[in-house]
Design a binder for this molecule. Structure first.
Ligand code: THU
Length: 159
């Protein structure tokens, strides 16, 4: 017997096709990326969460001269949220980036470690986390749950 994972996501040809609220959140992520501390990679990532209660919070990547000590924008965001709004579910996270050496003209998706953290956050607060992924220009994708990004995840029920 063969099994398969299948999921669908929305793809928009450009930012102009997004609804007003999603466009605003993605623009906030672009703005947030400019606040990142990323002197080593010069690749600045912004992740902005809109909570179910409507509040928003920023995360940016935070690098370090000891490279492995650096943290991605997504996990900076989750750490801040967990400290400030531990009980409030996340509705949507928009992720964008800007760089000295790259055009921000395509979307980026969270790295593997961040996927692991996002999946546990989603499960903990029992509310799907939507993702909006886009650059300053170019196509944008919207995924309805972070769990789609990590099939066969190792979770607390695996322990
Ligand atoms: N980075 C993020 O902040 N989020 C991601 O999803 C991928 C990568 C950061 C880590 C590092 O500071 C820089 O981007 C280059 O990898």
């Amino acid at each position: 017997m063969k099994n398969q994972f299948v999921y669908t996501f929305e793809q928009f040809a450009s930012l102009d096709e997004l609804g007003e609220h999603d466009l605003h959140l993605l623009q906030m992520a672009q703005q947030a990326s400019r606040l990142a501390y990323a002197p080593y990679s010069r690749f600045r990532v912004g992740a902005v969460a809109r909570l179910v209660n409507g509040e928003t919070l920023n995360g940016t990547n935070l690098e370090n001269a000891s490279f492995p000590a650096g943290i991605c924008a997504e996990r900076v965001l989750l750490s801040a949220l967990s400290a400030i709004h531990p009980k409030e579910p996340i509705d949507t996270i928009a992720i964008s980036y800007s760089g000295d050496d790259v055009e921000s003209d395509h979307y980026i998706a969270p790295c593997g470690i961040c996927r692991q953290s996002l999946v546990e956050y989603e499960q903990r607060l029992q509310h799907p986390i939507r993702l909006i992924l886009g650059g300053l220009t170019g196509p944008v994708i919207v995924i309805d749950s972070v769990s789609f990004l990590l099939p066969l995840a190792f979770t607390n029920s695996s322990l």
